[in-house]
Design a protein around this ligand. Sequence first.
Ligand code: GLC
Length: 753
Amino acid sequence: MKTKLIISAIMLSGFLAMSCQTGKQKDHEKITKTSVPVKKIDSLLSLMTLDEKLGMIHANSSFTSGGMARLGIPELVMSDGPHGVRHEHGRGWFALEDADDKATYLPVGICLASTWNRELGYKYGEVLGNEAKERGKNVILGPGVNIIRSPLNGRNFEYLSEDPYLTAEMAVGYIKGVQDQGIATCVKHYAANNQETDRHNIDVIVSKRALNEIYFPGFKAAVQQGGAWSIMGAYNKVNGQYTTHHKYLNNEILKGEWGFDGVVISDWGSVNDTREALIYGTDIEMGTELVKSFHNPDYDDFYLARHAKKMIESGEIEEEYVDDKVRRILKLMYRSTALGRHEPGKRNVPEHQQLALKVAQEGIVLLKNDGLLPLDKNKLRTVAVIGHNATRLFAERGGSSQVKPLYEITPLEGIKNLLGDDVEVLYAEGYEPYYDESLFRDASGEAASQSRANKKNVEVAKKANQGLIRDAIALAQKADAVIFVGGWIHGHEGMPWGKGTYDAEARDKLNMKLPFGQEDLISEINLVNRNTVVVLKGGSNVEMNNWLPETRAYLHAWYAGMEGGTAIAQILFGEINPSGKLPMTFANSHLDYPSHSIGEFPGNKTVQYTEDIYVGYRYFDTQGKEVTFPFGFGLSYTSFEFSDLKLTQMDNKVLVECTVTNTGSRSGAEVAQIYVHQMEASVDRPVKELKGFEKVMLEPGESTNITIELDKSAFSFYHPEKLEWTLEPGVFEIRAGSASNHLPLKGIVEIDY
Ligand code: GLC
């Protein structure tokens, strides 16, 4: 690729390239390239009977697949989840009562992505891998890299971003961190699993261009840059075929084009056909809807058990398909703690808890601040903390990603710990959550009908909440400052699985309305006390128009892990300068999002991704639509300036260099973001696409120069007709700045062959 440069009008100056690779990450290549003993694998395979091979390609307990004791091959031991090692199930389906299984509860995926810090991604994975190893696991079922297509998806908290590049960059570090500990990641859920409604059957109708430009990149990077040792097939279909055994997804793309040599593990019960699972890439079948009793299954009744045996013995399917699966499993075993040699693991050690705190400190996003923050504890006598979420525990909620934490610091505890005896901290719950059927969708995705009994319960609950509201307002009136902590509840106690889960696995939300009367409560608190801060927890955003205008400061805290309360307090009182940036667009209503305005969400039986590649800011910015808080946005207690953009051609790459300066009065971190736009193309393209970023920490007055390399992939698109990646000659605009809506530096490069 020859690049003729039209040098931008902005001054040029020399820069030092900053590598985002850490020493440890460089070591990583050694581990994944550990020579897998191929000859030994082949000889083991030659000694195995068909029954023994089949025993390895399906579950033999809730979270293990079979080994082969006769040949010294252990079972493969798996565990959830993406942000902490789940409680112990043993071989059954219920948590073992007195197991020693408390763990480090890390901030959820979307909070990690909000740090925009690749190195933290690596360290996050390192902690997770270490703790999985200590618990005797070989595979951790994460990270979740599905694209956040709608704000209503119940599992957005577990995922990373609406943007494929940010998703890929944060997943790669995580995967390397986990696998450097000898634990296989199982990157999920491949692919286009972007709703929970009818997740076991929904058929996603989506173009190959959108798959390749939006929904695949996280998985492709996981395989080609992260070296993922396993991938989890999703429940849903794509274009008419179940993803777990999908010809295009598995055979052509994953194992073909991307060269994946690892294991495709089904989601629990996502295999639906023996023949397809045998020939279209399922390597291990976990869980199954086939068995009569989910809790006491006959493991020989799995699709890849006696049903597969019948097909092989009849000659309908060649045994080589099974051999390939067993080879892949043995390869994973030799790479991992199953058959490989790795240092012993650690669990619940201070350095793990410190990392959880660090991710929370960098992942919490300050979205609004008129100067009220940071609060000065020396000028406060009484602080009122109001809101159910100030004391609610989240770790063991959310579904399969739950963690039994060694501890969980709530916002109220974090604030009390920080203020000590210097300031009086008062608390009022403000509202008690209640199970309101009309807040949920039924299995078909429609608004659930509300039974008479539930209607009555809700009326009683709302009445009871009137008292809580009165108490909260009274407290707010006499405090020097108010910290309101609300948001989503991440599952509702006492509800059957899937039924009462709110902002959690197995259910999508109906809308983004703040539940349980929080909107009115926030407004009333703002009326009686102008020193009010709103802190919301949740896996995505809420409607804000009714309370944000009169709110002076708003912090979005996601589910920030076991030290989330500490981090929230440190940010509110200025001990930490926030640096989080939104990994998804915060619009005011779900109806504004392309998946609702031109696409479909959720689907019922089929869901049309008619928005195609225009997901998130790609849609809002191309359509020029206003949003409440844009992708990549996040405030700091200091300020930064961008200058000196320089675009340089070098070895088939474009070097983007610029200077970032801390122009404020305190140290802080900024994320320089690089967006690319092809001015004219033969196909429609978004007005901007994130193709590079770098996070820098700067002292007041300090400047630093960053260099970001854009290779040809940064300029290419997936051709909708040719069905291949295409770099079309043309003029490209490159912009740099601190958010998708704040890109002060602009340059032009002309790229032609
Ligand atoms: C669940 C989830 C998956 C999880 C698995 C095992 O249904 O979809 O993410 O890892 O089952 O719990």
